[in-house]
Ligand binder design. Structure first.
Ligand SMILES: [Zn+2]
Ligand SMILES: [Zn+2]
Length: 129
């Protein structure tokens, strides 16, 4: 049983890695993984766990109630702040150099240490402005 759920989790993880720049609904993920015999309840359960482990982020767009998931466990995710566009829902990485400047600035000014991997800044992207 444990083995079985590990298998489903592994399939889900490699799928998410392959689609790291995309935001996908649970329905899409579940239907893409159906032929690999991953149940939709396994998709729900594992996404929930991966979100707690901070490996996926849940994204919600302003103009829709649809919940989308994006994999954020790439190496660049840990050294960047994430920027989320409220209009198109896309997530971007702030360059590590810019990230560090911002983090250092806030730390100096406020004595506050920003947790890079946990932080998303919300706004409007270049294409949507
Ligand atoms: Zn990222
Ligand atoms: Zn946008």
């Amino acid at each position: 049983m444990a083995k079985y759920s590990t298998r489903q989790r592994d399939i889900l993880l490699s799928y998410l890695e392959a689609h790291a720049d995309e935001q996908m609904s649970i329905q899409k993920i579940a239907s893409d993984l159906e032929e690999q015999k991953v149940s939709s309840s396994a998709v729900y359960r594992n996404l929930f766990e991966l979100e707690k482990e901070n490996r996926v982020k849940r994204c919600i767009r302003d103009n829709s109630r649809e919940v989308l998931y994006q994999y954020i466990d790439l190496p660049e995710c840990r050294s960047s702040l994430h920027l989320m566009c409220r209009v198109c829902g896309r997530m971007f990485h702030l360059e590590p150099e810019q990230t560090n400047k911002l983090v250092e600035h806030v730390e100096k000014a406020q004595g506050f240490v920003i947790d890079k991997s946990e932080t998303i800044l919300y706004g409007v992207c270049k294409d949507c402005r």
